[in-house]
Design a protein around this ligand. Structure first.
Ligand code: G3P
Ligand code: CA
Length: 308
């Protein structure tokens, strides 16, 4: 057992039958059966077929607030969107922070604060240095001073907002061992104490090896692969991924059906979440293709389209 998994409950480390568990018997659980079954009214905790796709706020509600900030999580909450997607990376001193790009210059004022540190890679900066950056002003003056959050801060904000997390491991190849560190952080903050896999947390990546590592370290955690593997390879991905999540432009009804025909590591049909859908007509189209989830910067636009 690794240092990161040493404190985890034994049930998490094995493929224990969920029906045999009682959450009230688990140590340190922060997610009761009551809250587990009580998703916010306008969203669903899962995506049962026939109820329409689950809507996920991409990088938070990033059409309304600077991406991957606490403000973006709050903006999603204000739009009654329970599920939030975000991207995690690691600083030079080993702290987990949220940023989409592997460099800091697009979404912060790092070029002004640290003009001599090009190309401003996340992995070249300590957390203390990143804490000096403004990650909000580029989006709008209302967000001046918004910081780059740590994963811990973001998790706590989602918990306070009663939100759920689709967490992308961004460029995990650049950060050896980040899978264990992320799982340790999630475990410490109660995010692995789920009632059933995928109800509150999904980990995804474009990097299949990283997704497989997450699955091997924490078999109960729901996982997703970002991309469009050939249909002939879907069964291989289903050994470690519960979701296959393609760009919307790559979708066809036949592809969605082929993915959903395969069962994943938890014995359930694979799901398909597609991204990034910011247009009502497009949302309607991908819903008609049968996707299980729609990832959007403007979740209210998707919701309105699906409602109509
Ligand atoms: O969740 C899907 C989406 O986030 C993947 O693309 O580039 O926005 O991280 P990207
Ligand atoms: Ca992402």
């Amino acid at each position: 057992m690794s240092y990161a998994t040493a404190g985890w409950p034994g049930w998490l480390l094995g493929a224990v039958a969920v029906t045999a568990l009682s959450v009230s018997e688990l140590p340190g659980h922060g997610f009761s059966p009551a809250t587990a079954s009580a998703a916010p009214a306008s969203t669903a905790a899962a995506s049962p077929r026939g109820q329409g796709p689950l809507i996920v706020a991409h990088r938070g509600a990033s059409g309304h607030a600077p991406e991957n900030t606490l403000a973006a999580a709050d903006a999603a909450a204000e739009l009654d969107t329970a599920w939030v997607e975000t991207d995690v990376q690691r600083t030079r001193d080993g702290e987990l922070i949220l940023l989409h790009d592997t460099t800091l210059n697009r979404t912060t004022d790092v070029e002004e604060v640290f003009p001599d540190r090009a190309p401003w890679r996340v992995s070249d900066f300590t957390l203390a240095e990143i804490d000096r950056l403004d990650a909000g002003s580029w989006f709008g003056p209302d967000f001046a001073g918004e910081g780059v959050p740590t994963l811990a801060e973001f998790l706590d904000r989602l918990s306070a907002n009663d939100q759920r997390l689709l967490l992308e491991l961004k460029s995990p190849d650049d950060y050896p061992g980040i899978e264990e560190e992320i799982l340790a952080e999630l475990g410490e903050r109660g995010w692995l104490d789920e009632w059933y896999p995928g109800q509150r947390l999904v980990l995804q990546s474009f990097d299949a090896a990283s997704v497989r590592t997450v699955h091997e370290l924490a078999p109960r955690v729901e996982t997703g692969f970002l991309g469009t593997p050939p249909v002939a390879e879907i069964a291989d991905y289903a050994e470690f991924a519960d979701q296959i999540n393609p760009r919307h432009a790559d979708l066809t009804a036949a592809y969605v059906e082929s993915v959903q025909a395969v069962r994943g590591p938890h014995g359930r049909p694979l799901k398909v979440y597609t991204w990034t859908v910011n247009d009502g007509a497009l949302a309607t189209r991908v819903a008609e293709l049968g996707v299980d989830g729609i990832i959007s910067d403007v979740p209210e636009v998707v919701r309105a389209a699906l409602a109509s």
